[in-house]
Design a binder for this molecule. Structure first.
Ligand code: SME
Length: 158
């Protein structure tokens, strides 16, 4: 994967005043999914402004029923509470897991911090087992840092 190109594309979307913040996130999801073979579903969940739950705000891939996820539930809900990356090599090994697609075999969730506070996450699903490496974690951390720098949370939560 060309990390530099993926980062540049993401920065361009976030900085483009013609993009609504949610459109920018959708374009980033689509670009990651199209350009990285082992990314089959890519989404951004954000913490609800008042309630302990995640809300899906942008994604690329098959639509999911899991638009809202309570903190603590599934891989995503656990990351909302632990503030740390969660890499799952085989989703069948996880008891606290929410299946979005029968095809998903592995998953990576990386939290998104604004001013040190966990406010959301990027979630990647893959149809391959053991799909993710430290390189993916590094890429997603960098994309989340860009999102944190440019995002207008009021527009996201409106
Ligand atoms: N598998 C996630 C739910 C989100 S879907 O992957 C889109 C989880 O266990 O939290």
């Amino acid at each position: 994967m060309d990390i530099q190109e993926l980062i540049q594309f993401s920065a361009d979307q976030l900085k483009n005043p013609k993009n609504h913040p949610i459109d920018a996130l959708n374009k980033i999801c689509e670009h990651l999914r199209e350009n990285i073979e082992h990314y089959d579903w890519v989404g951004f969940y954000f913490h609800h402004p008042e309630k302990p739950k995640l809300i899906l705000k942008a994604f690329a891939g098959e639509p999911t029923d899991h638009i809202e996820i309570p903190f603590g539930k599934g891989i995503c809900g656990q990351v909302a509470e632990t503030d740390t990356n969660f890499r799952v090599d085989d989703v069948n090994d996880q008891d606290n897991y929410i299946a979005c697609s029968i095809y998903t075999k592995s998953e990576l969730v990386v939290p998104l911090f604004v001013d040190g506070k966990n406010i959301g996450q990027i979630d990647i699903d893959s149809h391959q087992k053991n799909a993710f490496s430290a390189e993916d974690e590094d890429l997603l951390k960098k994309i989340n840092q860009l999102v944190a720098e440019h995002i207008n949370l009021n527009a996201i939560n409106a």
